[in-house]
Write a protein that binds this ligand. Structure first.
Ligand code: C2E
Ligand code: CA
Ligand code: CA
Length: 637
């Protein structure tokens, strides 16, 4: 009688050696890539680890069988059952993994986990019982090994079906292609298993458990795919747009921005995710979702597949409004059709951003020619800003220094001023800060602009002083973002030094920042530059929530009360009392108070009664080119 009948005479180590190699490669890939170490990542690593171990044990117990030593039988039994348990355990981990990556509700995830662990326990127990009863795998007294009744195969098929059904359950989170891809891999694994069974083989068993792991690695960790929301990333959107453009396939796009969630570390509530998925699936054919920010989703759908797109877009918007009655969240919706010039440069993300910037909250806006024109202007301004930055010419004629004189209430002279920036560009003419400062800030060009304005201001102060004008001080606006650069103080000091003017002729205007890190930096910089004689103004006081404790910790010289405070005073007595007592408090604490936006005599009279040290506004002058400041300044005695 043959010593090793059944599947055992056909076992070949190469299958398991292959699995060990695959696991090692996956480990190397995981260790050397930038996949974030999330819970799902750890579960996935666990699956690979278990497969690695299973392959080793499979080799081990088959080798023991070949030794034909009855004393080792117990070890063979133990190793075999450990092997079976490990393999079923990978299925258990797989189902845990899909629950995690699809962000399944706790309750549902627990039901699945319990079902999977039950299956694990039941099949391992049945295998043990069958072995004990001599029906399953067993070794006879004479040393003959029997594969016996293969409960393992049934378990495999059941588990595979269970996994497939679980993938089906989360199908709404999945891109169709990913789902089909996964089914394809499962089909290959099951076919190998069945083929093996038919051929009385067992060499590839561990491999059939490993194939889904390879599929997971590819689908979940390497593609730009967000399984939780069911979206692709911005790079994928660019690729897709490019593909449609090359195929000359027109498409429509819809963007949903939820500003509350569009910050780092936040994610959309599940109910909203479900709605957006439903919109893209049910109301459109082949609508693909892309995620441009945590709270910003864009859907793109080819027109060809959606001939009635006008109607469908209307339906979506209507449904959206109904649904949002429940959510009560601020939103912005921008939608429109593909356009040749935007597609060519793949600029939809920028176009959408620009359109969003131009509309108020809770509006639905269809992109029109005006948006496109404004967008092209933005693009043009950005290109110019970039060029200004790269040239880094402090005398760049495109950056204009304007100035608004400030009235000193003690001397009744306009002996100081605020520098305000304008750009003079070839295609647009002179443009105002609101059309370029936010762009310059978000693209990192703001500091060079500040340097230019500071340089031009310093040069003008030098000229004015030489001409005998009593210019006490000119303030320059600085964005909080600039302070984060370690070179900030050095740049400012150098520009003032090169102009050979005293540092106390310059002041820096800063607005309050609510970030702890910015506060610390601000404090350090103000203290440092203060020692050089540079003064600091707190700009726009009264436009947001102020943290008084923090303000007091920063050695500001002047608090600039925003025009909104004056407007509030005009409206009701309570506000007037509040502004008055704030101003008194600042004055008592040795700060000077400057009122901005003094437009007429009434404003001036109001301020005069509220601890004003300085006044600034159209009443005295609109901002003028800095050369015209001499028209306002008093002459030095
Ligand atoms: P801001 O620093 O609060 O500047 C005051 C703004 O109020 C100026 O607008 C000025 O023209 C306007 N203004 C002056 N008097 C009156 C008045 O009586 N009534 C009203 N309603 N408004 C008045 P502008 O020049 O358009 O500047 C807007 C904002 O752009 C500035 O607000 C400042 O935040 C920013 N900005 C301007 N120049 C620079 C700069 O060189 N660097 C930086 N980072 N920001 C700048
Ligand atoms: Ca200012
Ligand atoms: Ca201001």
């Amino acid at each position: 009688m043959s010593w090793i009948p059944n599947t055992f005479d056909n076992y070949n180590r190469m299958g398991d050696v292959g699995v060990i190699a695959i696991c090692c490669v996956i480990f190397i890939l995981l260790a050397s890539s930038y996949v974030s170490r999330t819970l799902s990542f750890r579960v996935f690593s666990g699956i690979v680890g278990v497969l690695f171990l299973a392959a080793l044990i499979d080799i081990g117990y088959h080798d023991l069988i070949l030794l034909r030593n009855p004393a080792l039988n117990t070890w063979i039994y133990i190793l075999r059952i450990v092997y079976v348990a490990l393999l079923f355990n990978t299925f258990f981990l797989f189902s845990l993994y899909t629950s995690i990556v699809s962000n399944l509700e706790h309750k549902k995830a627990r039901i699945i986990a319990v079902a999977a662990s039950l299956m694990l326990v039941v099949f391992v127990s049945i295998d043990v019982i069958l072995t004990v009863r001599g029906i399953g795998f067993h070794i006879d007294a004479d040393g003959t090994v029997h594969g016996g009744f293969d409960v393992f195969m049934i378990g495999y098929l059941l588990f595979a079906a269970f996994l497939a059904s679980q993938m089906f359950r989360i199908r709404n989170h999945l891109f169709k292609r990913v789902l089909y891809g996964f089914y394809g891999v499962m089909a290959v694994s099951v076919s190998i298993r069945i083929g093996q069974y038919a051929l009385n083989q067992s060499s590839l068993t561990t491999l059939t458990f490993s194939l889904p792991a390879i599929a997971m690695l590819y689908f979940m960790h390497s593609s730009p795919y967000n399984v939780v929301v069911g979206t692709l990333d911005i790079r994928a959107m660019e690729d897709y747009v490019q593909r449609l453009y090359k195929r000359k396939a027109p498409f429509i796009f819809m963007s949903l921005l939820l500003p509350d969630f569009n910050v780092e570390g936040k994610s959309l509530p599940e109910s909203i995710q479900a709605q957006t998925r439903r919109f893209s699936r049910e109301l459109f054919r082949n609508g693909i979702l892309f995620m441009l920010g945590n709270g910003h989703i864009v859907m793109i759908a080819a027109k060809k597949r959606n001939p009635d797109y006008e109607e469908w877009m209307k339906n979506i918007l209507q449904e959206f409004l109904e649904q949002f009655e429940n959510f009560k969240l601020p939103y912005k919706i921008v939608y429109g059709e593909s356009m040749e010039e935007i597609s060519r440069d793949i600029k939809y993300a920028d176009l959408i951003e620009s359109a969003n910037a131009g509309i108020p909250l809770n509006t639905i806006h269809r992109v029109n020619d005006e948006d496109i024109a404004r967008f092209s202007e933005h693009e043009y301004i950005l290109a110019e800003l970039k060029d200004i930055c790269e040239k880094h010419d402090l005398d760049d004629p495109r950056v204009l220094a304007y100035c608004q004189p400030v009235l000193n209430c003690h001397t009744h002279t306009l002996n100081s001023a605020e520098a305000l920036m304008r750009l003079n560009l070839e295609k647009t003419g002179v443009i105002y800060p609101d059309s370029f400062i936010p762009l310059a800030e978000s693209h990192g060009y703001i500091h060079v602009l500040t340097e230019i304005i500071l340089h031009k201001t310093c040069q003008e102060i030098r000229k004015l002083s030489a001409e005998g004008f009593a210019v006490k001080r000119i303030s320059v606006n600085v964005s909080v973002l600039e302070l984060r650069s370690s070179e900030f103080c050095g740049d400012i000091e150098r520009i003032i030094r090169n102009a050979e003017i005293p540092s106390d002729k310059i002041a820096i205007e800063l607005t309050e920042s609510h970030s702890e890190a910015d506060f610390m930096i601000m404090k350090e910089i103000i203290e440092k530059l203060h020692r050089q004689g540079i003064q600091f103004y707190l700009d726009d006081f009264g436009t947001g929530y102020s943290n008084m404790e923090r303000i007091m910790e920063l050695p500001f010289d002047i608090i600039k009360f925003d025009r909104t405070m004056l407007i509030a005073c005009d409206k009701d007595d309570r506000s007037a009392k509040m502004v008055n007592s704030l101003a008194n408090m600042f004055r008592d604490m040795a700060y000077s108070v400057l009122y901005e936006g003094v437009e007429d005599d009434a404003d001036e009279a109001l301020c005069a009664g509220m601890s004003a040290s300085y006044l600034q506004g159209y009443k005295y002058s609109r901002p003028v080119p800095i050369e015209r400041l001499r028209e306002f300044l008093p002459k030095a005695m």
